[in-house]
Design a protein around this ligand. Structure first.
Ligand SMILES: Cc1cc2nc3c(=O)[nH]c(=O)nc-3n(C[C@H](O)[C@H](O)[C@H](O)COP(=O)(O)OP(=O)(O)OC[C@H]3O[C@@H](n4cnc5c(N)ncnc54)[C@H](O)[C@@H]3O)c2cc1C
Length: 432
């Protein structure tokens, strides 16, 4: 017999925890969080540096401390969760009304749940060497930055001593500092793009403060060593990101850390038939953070890669509240698509890569809707301009915008529909 649950949350990281707390506070108590790890908190458990929670709690916390604030709320509200249990299968029931979720626990125990609503909060994984196609043998000493972070922070083991980092994502920057503090020599961070993929504050606090050079427009073109890494060849790249012949330089090292992007873990979402964005690899969602399948919501890094966990929690709280609304409305309430309501397409161009949400349903919108987006390259002294069917709604001046920083704007429903419901809402970047 399948077990019934009103809201099943896949993933007990910051997104899953915040979604659970807010769904419970919105009046739904029959919730289950399923987490494959042996503890709640997600990737924050290995992020022992500070800098978390400035927006949410107005204080500087470490990753585990930040996660603990939400874990405590889950415990206080007595929200059930299952650890060391992985969701292996997700599909719709034959009548399409419930979502059938299959889980497997440590002992190999299989459980099948009929969930009225599902919140996807599976986070993301790092792009590993296999996805980067760097020529060379497969020696020991090559790790993703997150794996190295796990070894150093949770297992107390050093991956190596002479380190090169490829990619300037935030995890790579944080690990440059962490490895240095643990006595390693971090020679450089090489970044393929002409700009960093990480936050400005991390470049200053993790590289500049420790004299670690950031080599923009450079990449690793060869890996040396058979059993253990002995060095890497780094070359400069041209405008088309192709290595420039003659620019190669050899760097001796025993460790290469890869910080080359995060991939949302959407295999289950794809299995269920959720529409995925080719830009973010996350679900396409509407203003209620509901995917193309009614009653299936998405939030956190599985939806799109966030830079600050505070925004993950904020977004996930909204997803949890909408999931609760979906349950309470049973059918045709505020959240929960009925398929034929008017939809406004959010179009992004002029350097804006994507937006979340990308569909707005005025009938379901609150007075204010947060729209998050990222740009595709560095912009200086530009305006972010929004239009409803060509009519300018707002113009916000930005001194600097960079791909590593997530942007957000608040859309007033009254502005969007002032002249009737538009077919499209456009977000673009214009120079003066
Ligand atoms: C390696 C790494 C290091 C990071 N370091 C930092 C940092 O130092 N500073 C910072 O601000 N941000 C960091 N981030 C970003 C950070 O991921 C986010 O801010 C935040 O943790 C995202 O929350 P989340 O809940 O969406 O994802 P996660 O924290 O990744 O949580 C997702 C959870 O879902 C679980 N899960 C996935 N699939 C299943 C399944 N099928 N069944 C059951 N459970 C499942 C996972 O085990 C995990 O616990 C890091 C990200 C990564 C990947």
């Amino acid at each position: 017999m399948n077990k019934h649950v009103k809201i099943l949350i896949i993933g007990g990281g910051p997104a899953g925890l915040a979604a659970a707390v807010s769904a419970h506070k919105a009046g739904v108590e029959d919730i289950l969080i399923v987490e494959r790890d042996v503890r709640l908190g997600g990737i924050l458990n290995q992020c022992i540096h500070n800098g978390f929670g400035l927006h949410t709690f107005k204080e500087e916390l470490t990753g585990p401390e930040y996660a603990d604030r939400f874990i405590k709320q889950v415990e206080e509200l007595k929200i059930p969760y299952r650890l060391a249990t992985i969701v292996t299968d997700l599909k719709l029931s034959d009548d399409g009304k419930t979502k059938i979720v299959t889980t497997m626990d440590e002992e190999g125990g299989l459980n099948i749940y009929d969930a009225d609503a599902v919140v996807l909060a599976m986070g993301c994984r790092e792009r590993a060497r296999g996805a980067l196609n760097i020529p060379g043998e497969r020696p020991a000493g090559i790790y993703t930055a997150g794996t190295a972070q796990y070894f150093v922070n949770l297992e107390g083991r050093m991956p190596g001593r002479e380190v090169v980092i490829l990619g300037s994502g935030d995890i790579g920057l944080i690990m440059a500092r962490r490895m240095t503090l643990e006595g390693a020599h971090v020679k450089l961070v090489a970044e393929l793009q002409p700009y960093s993929g990480g936050l400005k504050r991390n470049i200053v606090q993790c590289l500049d403060d420790y004299g670690i050079p950031l080599m923009l427009s450079h990449t690793v073109v060869k890996i040396h060593g058979k059993k253990r890494l002995t060095g890497v060849t780094i070359a400069e790249v041209d405008d088309r990101l192709s290595p420039i012949p003659g620019s190669e330089q050899f760097y001796e090292c025993d460790t290469l850390l890869l910080s080359c992007g995060l991939l949302p873990e959407n295999e289950l979402s794809g299995q269920l038939g959720v529409d995925l964005s080719p830009v973010t690899s996350g679900a396409v969602v509407n203003e209620s953070l509901e995917t193309s399948i009614p009653g299936v919501f998405s939030c956190g890094n599985v939806l799109h890669v966030h830079d600050l966990v505070d925004y993950v929690s904020e977004e996930a709280s909204a997803a949890g509240a909408h999931a609760a609304e979906y349950i309470k409305s049973a059918s045709g309430g505020k959240a929960g698509s009925d398929g034929d309501e008017t939809k406004v397409k959010v179009v992004t161009d002029g350097g804006v890569r994507y937006s979340v949400p990308s569909i707005l349903r005025p009938d379901h919108m609150a007075d204010l809707t947060t729209i998050r987006f990222r740009v595709g390259s560095v912009f200086k002294d530009v305006d972010v301009v929004t239009y409803a069917d060509g009519k300018e709604l707002a113009r916000l001046h930005k001194r600097v915008m960079a791909p590593g920083e997530m942007e957000q704007l608040i859309l007033r429903k009254a502005d969007l529909i002032a002249d009737g419901i538009p077919a499209e809402y456009r977000i673009t970047i214009e120079s003066k």
